[in-house]
Design a protein around this ligand. Structure first.
Ligand code: AMP
Ligand code: MG
Length: 507
């Protein structure tokens, strides 16, 4: 039996079910704790040389430098005629003395009074300083007539203007998407030194859980969390190590946790609530874990736990499947970024207009399965009916989470936003609106919804800044005009502007 939890079992006080001990954090605070703690501990990652064909999604662990200037010659960006710009005025005629196609070696300079037909991607000859699009010319035999004046540099990308020779164009920590891979390919970097994917151990817990290829008994359920977590780990750039399911017993849990701690991070599902058989925290504690939080002001996902055990980040996610999915995106995904050698990707918050009023209790931020659709130029988001955090079917119908912030005034619809899990179709649009108790719109981003313009948050900081309550003076001036217009629009669409509840209780 592994040493650490054996001690816990033997000690008269070592094992007792833990009460939740920490203050409840907001999801932003909890996420920052993860980022701070995992950031502190990440050492140099093991790296490996990977072919540029296989490096999609990996994090670069080297600099990539250019082998020459880019573009390597003055490049034409159009099909047309290379000219001396000062010779081309409306109605000018020049003799065409040849043609240059992409890939041709160009030696001769363009002489005065002539032009050369040139194709997109071809090298512009010495002496020429503009390319006139073929559409703005007419030609008879070898005489070309120009309809418009040309100006210097027109339709030419000059040599070295995209990158100098020996310039660093990709740096360690960059995640390799298709553009980064193309850039590496362009400069001939066919093998890239990349950080190895962090290995993330996944351990589900619960006496009621059976393998997904087993037929569950009448009161058992299949282990869907291991499947969703493995998918989420892959999307986040990690390597899932599925450790199966631990029974709600100290010995089994302890042995499997011990195994999980051999990997770069450990993610558990279930066993972190207040029930008699929720043993994850106490077993971790007995194994030396220090907890950074064990409750977050969110629904679903409130009992989420994060700590460090034997030097490894450990996440205890609540077992209800939607809770597991939401808390993974919020807390585990940034840890995987850090363990990969990258900076954590910000939560992809996007603004959208709320289609229907909601009524969620304040004090907890809600993450509701929702659908966002485009209404003309405006994204509009609507929460789906669901049965709470066990309702995977509702999430499968959703294409985003609608985030209802915790700090709402009264129970009216003040601020709504939603956010997405990148890369698998759950975009997370953000809708934000603030209303005073008497129903006036006083939100600081009224221009977006009223004008129909949509703004996308570049980063989390920008989102947070915009979430800050408007100054008192601004609130006054924002007032009723915007509110009336919004209300009228809602009524036009037949939306009930009174408030209604949409979600069942969920943890
Ligand atoms: P727990 O957080 O352990 O109290 O689990 C709450 C509920 O989540 C359980 O009653 C199950 O219905 C569900 N659940 C727990 N673990 C899993 C799992 N691995 N796969 C699917 N559902 C789960
Ligand atoms: Mg359980």
């Amino acid at each position: 039996m592994p040493r650490l939890y054996r001690r816990a079992l033997c000690s008269p006080v070592g094992y007792s079910r833990l009460r939740k001990i920490h203050t409840m954090l907001t999801y932003e605070q909890a996420r920052n704790k993860v980022i701070e703690e995992v950031g502190k501990r990440r050492g140099p990652r093991a790296t490996a040389a990977v072919s540029v064909w296989d490096a999609l999604g990996l994090v670069l662990a080297q600099e990539v430098i250019t082998d020459r200037e880019y573009p390597p010659f003055n490049r034409s960006t159009r099909d047309g005629y290379a000219v001396r710009s000062k010779e081309v005025l409306p109605g000018a005629q020049l003799k065409c003395v040849g043609e240059i196609k992409a890939g041709d070696t160009v030696r001769d300079a363009l002489t005065s009074g002539t032009c050369v037909q040139i194709m997109t991607g071809a090298a512009v000859p010495e002496g020429a300083d503009a390319v006139v699009m073929i559409e703005h010319t007419s030609r008879e035999d070898d005489v070309v007539r120009f309809e418009r004046a040309a100006h210097q540099g027109q339709n030419i990308v000059s040599r070295g203007s995209e990158a100098a020779a020996a310039q660093t164009i990709l740096t360690p920590g960059m995640r390799l998407g298709f553009a980064e891979l193309a850039l590496a390919a362009q400069v001939g970097a066919v093998q890239l030194q990349c950080a190895q994917r962090p290995r993330v151990a996944l351990l589900s817990t619960g006496d009621e859980i059976v393998l997904i290829d087993e037929t569950p008994g009448p009161f058992q359920i299949r282990n869907s969390n291991s499947v969703s977590l493995a998918a989420q780990v892959r999307i986040a750039g990690g390597e899932p190590v599925v450790l199966g399911n631990a029974a709600d017993r100290i010995e089994d849990l302890g042995a499997r946790i011990e195994r999980g701690l051999k990997e770069d991070a450990l993610v558990l599902s279930g066993g972190v609530s207040m029930g008699k058989y929720d043993l994850v925290e106490s077993v971790l504690k007995a194994m030396g874990a220090e907890f950074l939080f064990d409750a977050v002001a969110i629904r679903p996902g409130k009992p989420a736990v994060f700590g460090v055990c034997q030097g490894k980040p450990v996440f205890g996610l609540p077992g209800n499947p939607v809770s597991t999915m939401v808390t993974f995106e919020l807390f585990v995904a940034p840890a995987i970024d850090l363990l990969s050698g990258a900076v954590p990707r910000p939560l992809p918050l996007v603004e959208a207009r709320l289609a229907e009023a909601l009524k969620e209790k304040s004090g907890l931020a809600h993450f509701l399965p929702a659908r966002v659709e485009w209404r003309g130029t405006v994204p509009e988001v609507k929460a789906l009916r669901w049965q709470g955090s066990g309702d995977i079917a509702a999430l499968a119908k959703a294409n985003c989470f609608l985030v209802v912030p915790a700090d709402r005034e009264n129970d009216s619809a003040e601020e709504r936003c939603s956010l997405s899990s990148p890369g698998h179709g759950k975009t997370l649009p953000l809708w934000k609106e603030r209303r005073s108790a008497d129903g006036r719109r006083v939100g600081e981003i009224r221009d977006d919804t009223d004008s129909g313009r949509t703004r996308f948050c570049e980063d989390e900081a920008a989102c947070c800044k915009r979430s800050a309550p408007a100054k008192e003076s601004e609130r006054e001036s924002l007032g009723s005009g915007a509110h009336r217009r919004n209300r009228r629009r809602q009524e036009d669409r037949g939306v009930d502007t009174s408030l209604s509840s949409t979600s069942a209780d969920a943890h």
